[in-house]
Each structure stands twice: as C-alpha cells, then as structure tokens.
Design a protein around this ligand. Structure first.
Ligand SMILES: N=C(N)NCCCC(=O)O
Ligand SMILES: [Zn+2]
Ligand SMILES: [Zn+2]
Length: 317
C-alpha cells in the first residue's frame, strides 16, 4: 500500500471515457507514480504463431476496449485502483525478427519491472511470451503453480524444429524446472490434437486437464474447488489464452477452436480464486484483425481487470 492515496483512473464524470490516451482502464502511466503495486504491461509480439498472425496488435486493442471499465468490482468487493497503485507500464519493445532475443529481452524487462515487488498483468502478444514471464516469476518466487486457460495444451515440443513458439512455452518451462509439478492445470482444453501422444506427454510433465466439456458438466463451483485444492498456498501464475473462450465469445484470435467456454464461466472461475497467492498473470492471443465489434477485446479487457483485482486483493489482505 503506498503512503499516499493511489493515483486512480481519469475521472469519467469530467473527461468522457472515449477521450484521451488509452492507457489500461485510463490509469496513470508508470512514470507518473513513485511506485506501483500492480502494472499492466503490453507485449506486442507475434513472431511465434503457427496460424493466423496479428496478436502484436492485441495490447492496443485491449487498452481501447478497457476504457469502459469502472473502478469497483462488485463480485470481488474490491476497488482495485483505490486500494493499490495500479499503472499502465506501456509496451515492452521486442525484436520481431528474432524470437530468441525477444525472449531474453522480455525476461530481463519483466525482472526489472518486478524488482521492487510490483506484480504484472501482461497483455499479449502470442503465447510464446509466457515462457520468459514464467522465468521472471520463478526467479523471484521459486517454481510456480500454473493455471493455464487455453483451448490448447501448448506443451508441444517443436514446430518446424523450432523450440520457442506459441505452442511450446509450457514444455520449455517444464524442462527448465520453473514450474511446480504438483500444481499444473490446463483449463478449457478442447479440439483435435496431433495424436494421443500429445496427451500422454502432457500428463508426464505433470499437468492435469479440465476440458471445456468438464467445466460445462461439473459447473463452475466444482471446477474451482478442484483447482484450489491443487494450487493450495503455492505462488500461482495464471496464463489466459483468450482462445479458451468459444469463438462466439472470442473470434479475434489466431487459432480458434469450436466448443469453448463462455466468458461468464471464465470470469466466474477466476473470481473463485480470490484466496490464492497470485504472483503474476497474462492474457494473450488477442488478434484484433479477426475481431468483430470488439467482442474479443472487451472479453480480454475484463479478464485483465479481474486479474488486476485478484492481485489487488492479495496485496491489501
Ligand atoms: N494459441 C496457442 N497458444 N497455441 C496454439 C497452437 C496450435 C497449433 O499450432 O496446432
Ligand atoms: Zn490457444
Ligand atoms: Zn496458448
């Protein structure tokens, strides 16, 4: 908690929401505050995609869609921007032609941003970026529990012989020992795979899977109970690939799969995790060129708002 009252968003009763620069939720920039508890940071990078490109434009689309967010979260009963200093840390500039260099740069930038205890909600960008973000989190907290919302496993080994792609971050993270193998969960998994071996290898890495169908059949409450039991008090990182949502709820993404979760289910599950020890999170794979009426960008901005709120709750507890 800062000494002074946090600097909040621009007052929407004085300056209309649709006016002015689009920082996340119209919050101050990081250079306008002394210290931040939570920073939303953009990573406009999509050199790791296997299908449709365009997630490099995700951060700016999410910021635009976040103009309508309001300061009080009724379901979590928290005013995140009043209880903690939340800022927009801008975008991290990465080399779009060199994935290896981009990963190294992102890791060191994330380490620098979190050095004095600021926690990050990172807005992507494709899922490649989760690896350096997990490295930075694990350097600070030790191996982290991972809650991974995604249509895909993202534990594949290589694509065209390349180890660093948006389909492989969690395989690499697992090999590097930065994940707590007792507490790894995919949620929302669905769709065709390359073979049964994908599932066997994923299980061998220690992941548990709650499919999109499981969420529908069991319901949110049972899903949350099972996830919380697995996570316990461990430092937790949440990675949300927006394609976890059904294409009806998130058309603006690069590798859409039918039969996904609703945005209501996703937000309800996140809200069930209020007692967890969240240390960082990301929202990735928003590709606005395939979006319609900002459907996906709005969903992603609300997911980011919920993640900020969870971090804020953890901080003020
Ligand atoms: N959207 C993410 N992160 N991964 C999808 C990889 C699916 C594929 O290339 O088969
Ligand atoms: Zn995915
Ligand atoms: Zn993914």
């Amino acid at each position: 908690m800062p000494e002074q009252n946090p600097i909040g968003p621009v007052d929407s009763s004085r300056v209309p929401r649709f006016a002015g620069f689009a920082t996340f939720a119209r919050l101050p920039r990081i250079d306008q505050v002394e210290r931040a508890d939570v920073a939303v940071v953009g990573v406009p990078f999509d050199a790791g995609v296997s299908y449709r490109p365009g997630a490099r434009f995700g951060p700016s689309a999410l910021r635009e869609a976040s103009r309508l967010l309001r300061p009080y979260h009724p379901e979590l009963d928290v005013s995140p921007f009043a209880e903690t200093q939340v800022v927009d840390a801008g975008d991290i500039a990465l080399n779009p032609f060199n994935i290896g260099e981009a990963i190294e740069t992102l890791q060191s930038e994330a380490e620098a941003l979190t050095a004095d205890g600021t926690r990050l909600v990172t807005v992507g960008g494709d899922h490649t970026i989760a690896l350096p973000l997990l490295r930075a989190a694990a350097k600070k907290h030790g191996p982290v529990a991972l809650l991974h919302f995604d249509a895909h496993l993202d534990t594949w080994d290589t694509y065209f012989g390349e180890p660093y792609t948006h389909g492989t971050p969690f395989r690499r993270a697992s090999e590097e020992g930065i994940l707590d193998t007792e507490a790894l969960s995919h949620v929302g998994t669905r769709g065709p795979l390359y073979g049964k071996r994908d599932l066997e290898e994923d299980r061998r890495l220690g992941f548990g899977i709650v499919t999109s169908g499981d969420v529908m059949r069991r319901g949110v409450a049972e899903t949350v109970d099972a996830l919380r039991q697995r996570i316990g008090g461990r430092p937790l990182y949440i990675s949300v690939d927006i394609d976890v949502l059904d294409p009806a709820h998130a058309p603006g993404t690069g590798t859409p799969e039918a039969g996904g979760m609703t945005s209501r289910e996703l937000l309800e599950i996140l809200r069930g995790l209020r007692d967890c020890n969240l240390v960082g999170a990301d929202v990735v794979e928003l590709a606005p060129a395939y979006d319609h009426a900002e459907i996906t960008a709005i969903a992603a901005s609300h997911v980011a708002y919920d993640l900020v709120s969870l971090l804020s709750l953890g901080k003020s507890a």
